[in-house]
Design a protein around this ligand. Structure first.
Ligand SMILES: CC(C)(COP(=O)(O)OP(=O)(O)OC[C@H]1O[C@@H](n2cnc3c(N)ncnc32)[C@H](O)[C@@H]1OP(=O)(O)O)[C@@H](O)C(=O)NCCC(=O)NCCS
Length: 178
């Protein structure tokens, strides 16, 4: 009763983490996940930073879109969305824009009560390991995302004051070949 160790000596929480899985979402899957993704988005970002259902749906249908969800027993815990750099005109300041070798992480979020358990890192690692890009980029807009991207091998490139509304954004880059 209440034991936290198995015969293999692993704690229950270790087993729980291992049971989480990643699904790659396609545009046609949107309606199935819509409600939960919007709840996660709403609990993760202030109104001026939030994506609407239409924004998500539009981005999902773009060329080269990668949308990963982290699930445990069919319950979505978080998501990561990425697009090729070239798909986004607002990133044309990047000197590599137009070369086709960079994937940009548009959005990553976990349900608040499920953060700090490695879920964000796992989504990011999966993206880096399963996509054929040599360079990855993202704007970190919070201390937790700065830590997340740094931990995954991203380096600070430059700071954009008031990148989104009042929020500064740190542009971060990861070279996979390094
Ligand atoms: C950013 C986010 C996706 C990270 O997901 P997560 O599952 O909590 O991340 P992990 O558990 O894999 O932790 C990654 C790193 O971030 C750190 N971290 C997690 N939450 C943190 C917090 N609130 N403050 C500071 N650091 C934090 C972890 O300690 C870890 O660093 P370490 O490896 O040096 O210990 C999650 O915090 C989130 O949804 N935040 C709100 C939305 C957001 O800001 N998204 C980023 C948009 S660019």
């Amino acid at each position: 009763m209440g034991t936290s160790f198995t015969a293999a000596g692993l704690t229950d929480s270790t087993i729980e983490r291992e049971e989480r899985e990643i699904e790659i979402l396609r545009a046609e899957d949107w309606e199935r996940v819509r409600e939960r993704i919007l709840v996660i988005e709403e609990s993760s970002f202030p109104p001026d930073l939030r994506y609407s259902a239409e924004d998500f749906q539009h981005d999902l249908s773009r060329e080269g879109s990668r949308f990963l969800i982290l699930k445990e027993r069919e319950v979505i815990q978080g998501f990561l969305h990425a697009l090729p750099l070239e798909e986004l005109d607002y990133l044309s300041f990047d000197e590599e824009w137009g070369r086709g070798d960079t994937l940009y992480v548009v959005n990553i979020a976990l349900m608040p009560d499920l953060r700090g358990r490695g879920g964000g890192s796992r989504l990011l690692r999966h993206l880096l390991e399963t996509t054929p890009f040599v360079r990855y980029a993202a704007h970190a807009v919070s201390p937790s995302s700065l830590r997340l991207f740094s931990g995954a091998g991203f380096r600070r490139d430059r700071v954009f004051p008031r990148w989104m509304g009042e929020h500064d954004g740190v542009y971060m880059i990861c070279d996979k070949t390094l």
